[in-house]
Every structure is written in C-alpha cells, then in structure tokens.
Design a protein around this ligand. Structure first.
Ligand SMILES: Cc1cc2nc3c(=O)[nH]c(=O)nc-3n(C[C@H](O)[C@H](O)[C@H](O)COP(=O)(O)OP(=O)(O)OC[C@H]3O[C@@H](n4cnc5c(N)ncnc54)[C@H](O)[C@@H]3O)c2cc1C
Length: 403
C-alpha cells in the first residue's frame, strides 16, 4: 500500500518490522484495525533460525511456516533425557511471508522519536495514531551490566560434518557434555576459561544447524571462543581465509542482551513489545512465540478501547518476569559444573512446571512452584550455591527495580 507520511490518525502504529512488530501489525489488520508499520527496511528477509515449543505457538501460525517439528526433544545434563514436549523450528522466510502486510500501511523509514500517540520519522515528518508500539528490538542495547546470550551456528552439511553428537534427527535443546572427550582433551565448553556453553542441534529449512550457545553471561562469552568450541565439537579444522572473513565460517551469530529493560511495563510512552519490551524470557532468550501471543492481547485491548499496557502486564505477569530475572541473575553466578547440575534438576521436574518457567507470561505462582521444584531436586552442594547466589541476585534485582 502507499504510505501517507502524515495523515489521519490510525489505530496502531508499530515501529519495527521484526517478528514482534510484523506479527502485531498483521494481527491488528486481520482484526480490522487500521495499522501502520514503520521500519527502514520493512521487507528485509529474516535470516535467523527461530525455534519454539509447539504449545507456545498461537493457533493462527500457518502450518507452512514450520520447517521441522519433533514430538519430543532431548537434553544431555550430562546423561541423556527425552522431554515429552513438542518443538518447532520455523522456516523463517515462509514465516515472514505468512505475516501478510497486504492490509497494513508500510512506511519505509527510521523512527527518531516515539510518544504514546506519535512517531517522528527521519525526515522530520510525524505520524499520529491512537496507539504507538515500540518493536525496535535490542540491537542498540549495549549496557555492560546486562548479561548477554551469545551463540554461533554451523550448518553441519555445508562443512561436511556430522551432527556433532549422536542424535542426528532429534531436537537436542541442550547438550552439556564436554565438546572434547578424546585423549588429548585440553579445553572445552566446560573446562576452558570463560563461561560455559552447550550445543543446540536442530533441523532447519537449510539443513542441520549445530549451535554452540552460551545461555547468558556477564561479560558475554566472545564469538571467537564460541566458534573455537563449535569447531572442536564438530571436529573441524581452523577456518580457511574466506571463512575467516565470514565470522570464522559460522552460519549464524547470536548476540543480544537478556533484558534491555528490567521493568518493561513502566512509563506512559509508546508500549514496548518483543525483545525490547520484556517479552524475551530472561531464562531462555526466546521471545518469538511470546511476541506472537502478545500480539493478540494488544490487538484485543486496542479493539476494545482498553489500555494495551495493562492488558499485557497484569500484576502476575510483572511478578513472573521479576522472578525469572532473579533466576537469570542466579544462573550467571553459577560455575560450569553447577550449571549442568542446575539444568539436570530443571529437566527432571514435570513438563507442566518446566512450561510455567520458560513459557507462561503471567503464571507467577507457576514460576515460583517451578523454582521450588528445581531447588528441591538439586543436590545439597548446589542448593547451598544457589542459596548464596540467590541472595546476591536478589540485591541486584532490588537495585534494578528502584533505579
Ligand atoms: C540468530 C538469532 C537466533 C535466534 N533464535 C531464536 C529462537 O530460536 N527463538 C526465539 O524465540 N528467539 C530467538 N532469538 C531471539 C529473538 O527472538 C530475536 O532476536 C527476534 O528477532 C526478536 O524479535 P523482535 O521483533 O523483538 O526484534 P528484531 O527482530 O530485532 O526486530 C527489530 C526491528 O526494528 C527495526 N528498527 C530498529 N530501529 C528502528 C527505528 N529506529 N525505526 C524503525 N524501525 C527500527 C529493525 O530494522 C528490525 O526490523 C534469536 C536471535 C538471534 C539473533
């Protein structure tokens, strides 16, 4: 559609055409709202690989947007455990196309200032709307005190490698086994200096992706060290000259802050959603499924003339977010072996509790029950370490809440 740079007020202006913003604009238009989407490159093709639990996906997600689906996934902590929870990997390009913009007014521009009802564009013009939503992602957030998730992914087929583990067709959500178990093992994901990392292995539309991941660390684990560990796991030699230029031969680079804002519900300006708006789970770094679900909460509120911020952040959601933030700040204080023990306890609790912790947006009692269950399952030494780390993390959370 053509884009009036200034014009009559629209119902909702969404700034940022990543998964969060585009899905909101799409769902708003589908509900009959007048929606505008602003992004300097609104049709840039998404290259990231997006995974999610099937029970988190909204019912309206197009089946054609799914590249791979497994009825269960497995983890190695370090022993193998199958977890009975369906997992999806999206075909990013088809997923993007499925969020049709045919009924949305698309403005190809950068926003320079946002208020609750207006957006200033790079050329100085102003768009007005009943609601403005900030879905600009976290690319600009670089605070040193915020833990970051970093990862590197290699398409195993492209480099002629096997899976790097022994489960070639399975979704391996976390493999905490050492990357080098051979007789000459010297340094790996668990023993070398720096934070621990695990291997995440999934089938994607582009083939088998093997991703060496540091869930969260402060300071973050560097991309070069992750690439070294990924190569070690896949038994690959050093990158060639050309590959070196392309991020050390990696096919996917992940690097984002786990919580750009510790109180995303605060303020009365534009409502933030997606990774910048507290919809990234501080326990996992996942946000896409939550953003898709949140789109409908926001759309229903706007259509019903209710406050979308209140709809998205009831008290229970704010408490759940804060508890997960606490959990994250405990995790980054654990040593590598303790982290493995923590996840061994985590994946040993019943799936509904796992779900409460990593998925539900507003189930604060569920998050608390999950935390208590993981603590109970932990061995005594880990319990003691978690207790100490929790005390320190709690101080940090209080500080974050009062700043
Ligand atoms: C490689 C990678 C893999 C990931 N894998 C997963 C996964 O498997 N599952 C999962 O749930 N999460 C995953 N994540 C985390 C997270 O879900 C993604 O980062 C996701 O893209 C966040 O979506 P978003 O829409 O909030 O922000 P973004 O995708 O960052 O989109 C932000 C948009 O805002 C636009 N923008 C920025 N500034 C302006 C401005 N001033 N004016 C207008 N527009 C602007 C940008 O151009 C961009 O299009 C992954 C992240 C990475 C980097």
């Amino acid at each position: 559609m053509t884009a009036p740079v200034e014009g009559p007020a629209t119902d909702i202006i969404v700034v940022g055409a990543g998964p969060a913003g585009r899905s909101l604009a799409y769902r708003a238009a589908a509900a009959g709202l007048r929606a505008t989407l602003v992004d300097p490159a609104p049709h840039r093709v998404w290259r990231q690989t997006f995974g999610m639990y099937a029970d988190d996906a909204p019912a309206w997600l197009e089946p054609g947007a799914v590249a791979a689906r497994t009825a269960e996934f497995c983890v190695f902590t370090p022993q193998r455990r199958a977890v009975d929870r369906e997992y999806l990997v999206l075909d990013s390009e088809r997923f993007q196309q499925s969020l049709s913009l045919s009924e949305v007014t698309v403005v190809a521009s950068s926003a320079t200032a946002l208020t609750a009802t207006s957006v200033t564009l790079a050329d100085g013009s102003v768009l007005a709307g009943r609601h403005v939503v900030d879905a600009r992602g976290t690319a600009g957030h670089r605070r040193a005190d915020t833990p970051r998730q970093t990862a590197v992914g290699i398409l195993a087929g492209r480099v002629g490698a096997t899976d790097g583990g022994d489960d070639p067709d399975t979704t391996v959500l976390m493999d905490w086994r050492p990357a080098d178990t051979g007789p000459n093992a010297v340094s790996s994901n668990l023993t070398s200096s720096g934070p621990a990392s695990f291997s995440y292995r999934i089938d994607t539309a582009r083939g088998r992706l093997v991703e060496e991941t540091c869930l969260a660390a402060r300071p973050p684990l560097g991309i070069a060290e992750l690439a070294r560990r990924a190569r070690l796991r896949l038994r690959l030699s050093a990158p060639t000259g050309d590959e070196e230029v392309q991020h050390g031969g990696m096919d996917e680079i992940v690097d984002f802050p786990m919580y750009p804002n510790a109180r995303p519900w605060r303020g009365d300006g534009a409502l933030a959603i997606g990774a910048v708006g507290g919809l990234m789970n501080p326990a996992t770094g996942y946000s896409v499924a939550q953003s898709l679900r949140a789109a409908d909460l926001v759309v229903e509120a706007v259509a019903g003339r209710r406050d979308p911020r209140a709809a998205l952040w009831p008290r229970a959601a704010r408490i759940a977010f804060t508890l997960r933030l606490l959990g994250l700040l405990v995790l980054i204080r654990l040593r590598p072996a303790e982290l493995v023990g923590f996840f061994d306890a985590f994946f040993g609790v019943p799936v509904p509790l796992q779900r409460a912790y990593v998925s539900s947006h507003a189930d604060a009692p569920g998050v608390l029950r999950a935390m208590a269950a993981v603590f109970r399952r932990s061995p005594p030494r880990l319990k003691a370490r978690v207790a100490v780390a929790s005390a320190r993390a709690a101080v940090e959370v209080v500080r974050l809440m009062v700043v």
